[in-house]
Design a protein around this ligand. Structure first.
Ligand code: NAD
Ligand code: DAU
Length: 336
């Protein structure tokens, strides 16, 4: 099998490539990535010389770039996206370009080249926000209600992927997952931001009252879910993927990290809230469990500790990533 992995130099995409080459050693992978601020080929240094791995730099929204890599591809695993909500609030345009136009460009080329499967990686954010006291969880029948430019662009991409299935018969599958954490996550997202700030002697900025809730999923559990959907998932179907956490507010996530790193509560500061901040995400993953036998295997506390250890051991990686462009973004985002 020959796989095209878009966005393979990002957090989840690079973890996916490392996992795939280990678990499916006969498959070939083409990693197609624009190398934005979030793309980092250092994540893939260990497989650079693997003859079954190839990197191609290109833009998902450029039809020539996309056509050039789509020839001979069996499976597309589409991770490429602008992925950070706060950046989408500062500037929505790149989100529409990559997440909507880029997805449509890839769908066209996949159709033209008769790919056997187009798997789209999406997010639970397309479903909007739950109230703190709501006992409901998002499921495959929940209505779309995206509330940030990022979420709206991902919702648009999901609709396009399904439209190509219904209209043109492109064999697609979709997974909508919750918040991932683990190695190689860019330190603009809250868990690596908190860890690396504390390691640098800075405070952890927590938005608003800190009582916002995310459904934490260890990245390897997410990747196993994609593997199972590619292997046994039904064409045309969507599967929701979530973690093992039980409604931990952000302030409590920060406290756990502070405790593990031997810091104090005074190392956490409440800062200005994110506009339109979704209060709670919670994912019902019973469909993928019942139909494909997937369930998360990595509990939050153990794997948070292992993730912290990874960042402690890989200081050079995140120090390089936190330089340059990221510094400017950080000052703009947290200046007030
Ligand atoms: P990321 O920001 O770490 O990586 C995105 C990658 O896409 C980068 O390597 C970047 O260079 C590449 N890219 C961006 N624009 C591109 C373009 N126009 N053409 C080609 N490549 C481009 O993102 P991530 O956290 O790894 O997320 C991967 C996917 O998973 C995204 O589609 C995201 O919406 C989805 N997702 C992420 C999470 C999460 O918690 N991180 C949760 C749910 C869904
Ligand atoms: O739910 C899946 C989504 O999870 C993915 O689709 C996105 O790509 C991914 O970025 C993530 O979105 P969030 O907005 O939930 O992740 P983030 O790490 O930015 O924020 C997590 C929570 O922490 C959220 O409630 C906002 C809060 N937060 C975030 C930052 C960056 C803070 O309190 N302070 C911060 O500095």
């Amino acid at each position: 099998m020959k796989l095209l992995v878009t966005g393979g130099a990002g957090f989840i995409g690079s973890n996916f490539i490392l996992y795939w080459l280990k678990n499916h050693p006969d498959d070939q992978i083409v990693n197609f990535d624009k190398l934005t601020y979030a793309g980092n080929l250092e994540n893939l240094e260990s497989v650079e010389k693997n003859p079954n791995y190839k990197f191609v730099k290109g833009d998902a929204a450029n039809p020539d770039d996309v056509q050039a890599v789509m020839e001979g591809i069996d499976i597309v695993a589409h991770f490429a996206a602008e992925s950070h909500v706060d950046r989408s609030i500062h500037d929505p345009a790149p989100f529409i370009m990559t997440n909507v136009a880029g997805t449509q460009t890839l769908l066209d080329a996949a159709l033209k080249n008769n790919v056997k499967r187009f798997h789209h990686i999406s997010t639970d954010e397309v479903f909007g926000s739950l109230e703190l006291n709501d006992t409901n969880k998002f499921n495959e029948r929940t209505n779309y209600d995206p509330r940030s430019p990022y979420a709206a662009s991902k919702a648009g991409s999901d609709h396009l992927v399904r439209a190509y299935y219904h209209t043109y018969g492109l064999p697609i599958t979709i997974t909508n997952c919750s918040n991932n954490f683990g190695p190689y996550q860019f330190p603009e997202k809250i868990i690596p931001l908190a860890i690396t700030n504390l390691l640098e002697g800075k405070k952890v900025p927590i938005y608003g009252d800190g009582l916002y809730v995310r459904d934490w999923l260890y990245v390897e559990d997410h990747i196993r879910a994609i593997d199972m959907v590619l292997g046994q998932g039904k064409v045309g179907e969507t599967y929701l993927v979530g973690g093992m956490t039980d409604e931990i507010p952000n302030i409590e996530v920060a406290r756990k990290i502070v405790r593990i790193l031997g810091k104090t509560e005074s190392d956490i500061e409440l800062v200005k809230d994110r506009p339109g901040h979704d209060r709670k995400y919670s994912v019902d993953w019973s469909k993928i469990k019942n139909e494909l036998g997937w369930e998360p295997q990595h509990d939050f506390d153990t794997w948070l500790e292992k993730t912290i250890e990874w960042y402690k051991q890989n200081e050079t990686w995140w120090k390089r990533v936190k330089d340059g462009e990221y510094q400017k973004y950080y000052e703009k985002q947290y200046s007030s």
